[in-house]
Design a protein around this ligand. Structure first.
Ligand code: ADP
Length: 267
């Protein structure tokens, strides 16, 4: 999965990253979906181990353009994990109280504790994406945030958090199809917002903002992955695989049981 990791310090040009890529998996959609079921089971076991060991903390950041598939990833990649050890934190337009604090305030309190996986559905990166594209604060303000964010994530990592960040990469054409599907299918209409069309017009500016995020904030302690996301099944496989490989690398083990359990007789 290394091919999708943004090397720290490299300059990202998203036009060079193919959102249709599915080259790391030999099969097609049908086999891909079947393979995901296997990965779901592996992830379930690893998450149970993480929870039982109660040592590591895992933060998964999901960012994407509208319709990019964040919700789909949460549903399909994490299917089967024990909700007791997994939380989802969604970050929408900040409330008045949140706005009266620094932008990391609302984020920090959702970061994972020991034994937990927390998935950020949007994140502190909105503060250098939507905030930049819509000029909600001046460039002198958002311009400093890349360094803040790297330092913030460094604190989390130094204190035992494993951080994985995924940008779900779709293209304009794919977004068009997905928005159209939301209009056409009655049970998807609730997801359609006219505001999404205004955001769509700002696509090039968002891509520029994403390229800066990916170039400036992919670090050894909190790497970004650019996930080809036009094909939903492939997107899910990539994220599940990165998660599994990362969790395996943590070298976890179940806590030692109490002494003397061999002689226990339950009457
Ligand atoms: P989602 O698209 O994630 O399913 P919504 O449709 O409710 O959820 O969108 C949430 C909105 O909140 C997005 O338009 C996003 O850009 C916006 N948002 C998130 N964080 C911020 C922020 N810090 N400042 C301004 N807007 C934000």
């Amino acid at each position: 999965m290394d091919r999708y990791r943004v090397k720290p310090g490299s300059q990202v040009d998203l036009s060079q990253w193919d959102p249709n890529d599915s080259s790391a998996f030999e099969g097609q959609k049908k086999e891909g979906k079947r393979h995901l079921l296997l990965l779901n089971e592996q992830l379930e076991e690893l998450q149970e181990l993480l929870y039982a060991e109660n040592r590591h903390k895992v933060l998964v950041v999901l960012q994407a353009m509208d319709t990019g598939g964040k919700d789909g990833v949460i549903r399909h990649v994490f299917e089967g994990v024990n909700p007791q050890g997994v939380k989802v934190a969604g970050f929408k337009v900040p409330t008045a109280e949140e706005l009266s604090h620094d932008y990391l305030w609302r984020v920090h309190k959702w970061t994972p504790g020991r034994g937990e996986i927390v998935i950020f559905n949007r994140s502190h990166y909105e503060d250098v994406l939507v905030v930049r594209v819509h000029s909600l604060v001046p460039p002198e303000v958002w311009g400093k945030r890349y360094d803040h964010i790297n330092a913030f994530e460094r604190v989390l990592a130094d204190e035992g958090t494993t951080i994985l960040k995924f940008y779900l990469h779709i293209d304009l054409e794919e977004q068009k199809e997905r928005l159209q599907a939301r209009l056409d299918e009655p049970h998807k209409r609730w997801k359609f917002s006219l505001g999404d069309l205004d955001e769509r017009k700002l696509w090039p500016r968002y891509m520029q903002a994403y390229e800066d995020v990916l170039s400036k904030t992919s670090t050894a302690w909190a790497p970004w992955y650019v996930v080809p996301a036009n094909r939903k099944w492939y997107r899910n496989l990539v994220i599940a695989t990165v998660l599994i490989e990362t969790l395996r690398g943590l070298d976890m083990s179940y806590p030692q049981p109490e002494n003397g359990l061999d002689d226990v007789v339950i009457v």
